[in-house]
Design a protein around this ligand. Sequence first.
Ligand code: SF4
Ligand code: SF4
Length: 69
Amino acid sequence: MAVYVDKELCKSCSICVNACPRQVFKITEHVNKKGYNYVEAEKEEDCISCGICESICPDFVIHIEKTEN
Ligand code: SF4
Ligand code: SF4
């Protein structure tokens, strides 16, 4: 499973942090060019590919890619 976050688009709203059932995301201390603390998929390995984050982010920041075994 791969969780891609376009850090420059993130507005630090925390919606994905609260919506993810596996607590994959974390707001970092790093700031993007727009001045927002962007999120990172800190626990990417816990992702179950439910797709909630991808559809709930208002700024289309997150992309989930399923990797076949
Ligand atoms: S929902 Fe989108 S804009 Fe909001 S914190 Fe998550 S990635 Fe950033
Ligand atoms: S796809 Fe589901 S489990 Fe994976 S990061 Fe997004 S909300 Fe969390």
